[in-house]
Design a protein around this ligand. Sequence first.
Ligand code: FAD
Length: 517
Amino acid sequence: SCMPDRTNLCSNHSFDTPTIPPYSGSSSIPLSLKTLTLDGYFSFENLEHAAKDFGNIYQYLPMAVLHPKSVSDISSTIKHIFDMGSATKLTVAARGHGHSLQGQAQAYQGVVINMESLERPSMYVKTSEAPYVDVSGGELWINILHETLKYGLSPKSWTDYLHLTVGGTLSNAGISGQAFRHGPQIHNVYQLEVVTGSGEVITCSDKKNADLFYGVLGGLGQFGIITRARISLGPAEKMVKWIRVLYSELSTFSNDQEHLISSKNSFDYIEGFVIINRTGLLNNWRSSFNPKDPIQASQFSSDGKLLYCLEMAKYFNPEETDILNQNIEKLLSELNYIPSTLFLSEVSYVEFLDRVHLSEIKLRSKGLWEVPHPWLNLLIPKSRIFDFAQEVFGNIVKDNSNGPILIYPVNKAKWNNRTSLVTPEEDIIYMVAFLSSALPSSTGTDGLEHIITQNQRILDFCAKAQLGAKQYLPHYSTQEEWQVHFGPQWETFVQRKSAYDPLAILAPGQRIFQKAI
Ligand code: FAD
């Protein structure tokens, strides 16, 4: 039923829903892989680790894991598989830090490349005009932060959590509270080195091999493996004022958010989240935030309410505290939050950026980190955010005790639209992220099945109401759905696939194309 089309890729293919396929045993390991001369090495046993990810929902065992020590290890492995053509069903998945949600970095009976092994050449920071850092595609953002800070510099655009690799976030976008100003991480890259699906090593940038460069950015690993990236840097401040305020109306909240993302001299980070019927929430904040007015704040209760929290941060150096306080006061005076709910904190720049790691340590100690994470990330056009909130926060989601729900706007007017990233068509779009954790054995509202059903209801509503929403970190099971996701960009995506990975060897876990055998 699967006819290779002109791209040699299998179309109209349906994939199965979550299952754990049986391991076919070691008899089919292609011995030829063992004959390759490498700086690093292959493992053929104890590969369970490579079948796991943060989502903890899908588990596909590979046949081999490559621990590369050089770019040529990656290139010769892919070249070898490419040269075997349709004689082998082997596919190749780069695995960054394995923080995908639905098996995107897995390769069923294929080869997983453990990108974190690729440490050489080491990081290089260029400090003069237009500073940048050259890093391996397997480098963790937290390491880049520490290295660049030695030079008083820092990347400008982040994710909320830094224990992710450069290759992993650049294959998606890398969107966080700085994106309103600097764009996502894919817009803060000058140059990439990529190994394509035929094993060719290509350097690309806006000036050179631009089609590959933009294809790979947000390209879900489909066109090549990022082995090196040149990331733009700016001056780093030492400290951060971190502020939270509450709203009871979406209109006031979103007006303020949209005002802040378009103001000059605004905050450096702007996000927000929804609070649905939570008890004792503000008390929990007291361990890290100080209420401006402790007495009034202690009388404020979130029980039974739908609230919106605006979260802002301003970077500063200790010697500038006076100007900083004046600035912040001016910015806050333009906002319309509930006055008794102003919470402030002051932390170091590293503590702020690495904030989710603290939660990770706490959750790990309680055994609550390695649980299923049925996350749903959506980009919603500004014009429909009220329709979305009314139905989703009013009817579908009864409380957010399974995890945070982020909601914040970014202005993408100045974003480059040549990358593979798919966004709704308006200039201002909202990131809405349902970051749920499930209790593995529960059949209740905190169980995996309930949360997956709820996510599906949200997606069904978006489709039925024609919100023009797009999934971020997208996940689909049929190629038709991918085609709808990409819309007018689908043709370019398919063309790029046939140019750079014609046998569909790369990133099979995204389930967009299937290798024809
Ligand atoms: P992996 O899961 O290992 O890989 C992701 C995909 O990219 C796979 O298809 C893989 O094959 C491919 N890939 C990996 N490395 C390479 C490479 N070098 N070259 C080409 N393809 C490659 N995202 C945001 O945008 N903003 C956030 O604020 C944010 N916060 C997060 C917080 C947490 C706690 C977690 C778990 C995730 C968060 N994410 C966020 C999502 C995150 O960006 C993605 O899950 C990302 O894919 C994780 O990076 P990774 O290194 O673990 O990638």
